[in-house]
Design a protein around this ligand. Structure first.
Ligand code: THU
Length: 136
């Protein structure tokens, strides 16, 4: 699957978003180094705090299936199910990425299949705290 297809998968994942409180729907498509793709959407909660972001849904699905190595993630999001601008992952999700991914992990932020930008995790989380900090 190429980057465009991964973006398309993120749009498909967004369709399953459960966002009755914010109305902001997010989709993520996470690719493992072996090429397998895990989808995620945001899942909100009446108590607000238990809300899970789309990126973490994708990561937790993959990690709970035994995956540990990832190459890239595509993310899309917007109010009312419409994507009008580039959506970027929140800080908590970037931290979860830093747990499992190296600095060259790609984060693809997209408006549509043709219009997307690629950032590395190092760019999105400079000087991040990672497992290396507590094992070295
Ligand atoms: N959200 C995500 O799914 N990913 C992020 O990185 C940031 C925010 C969700 C959480 C909430 O359901 C909605 O977007 C509005 O914050």
């Amino acid at each position: 699957m190429n980057r465009e297809e991964l973006v398309r998968s993120a749009f498909a994942a967004m369709q399953n978003a459960y966002a009755p409180y914010s109305g902001y729907t997010v989709g993520a498509a996470l690719m493992t180094r072996s090429g397998k793709v895990y989808l995620g959407c945001n899942i909100e909660n009446a108590a607000y705090g238990p809300t899970n972001c789309a990126e973490r849904t994708a990561f937790f699905k993959a990690v709970s299936e035994g995956e540990r190595e990832f190459s890239m993630i595509a993310v899309v999001g917007g109010k009312g199910g419409k994507v009008n601008s580039l959506f970027v992952p929140c800080g908590v999700c970037r931290q979860v990425m830093a747990e499992f991914c190296d600095g060259d992990f790609e984060i693809i932020v997209a408006e549509n299949e043709k219009n997307y930008k690629i950032f590395t995790l190092s760019e999105m989380l400079p000087m991040g705290f990672s497992p290396k900090n507590i094992t070295e």
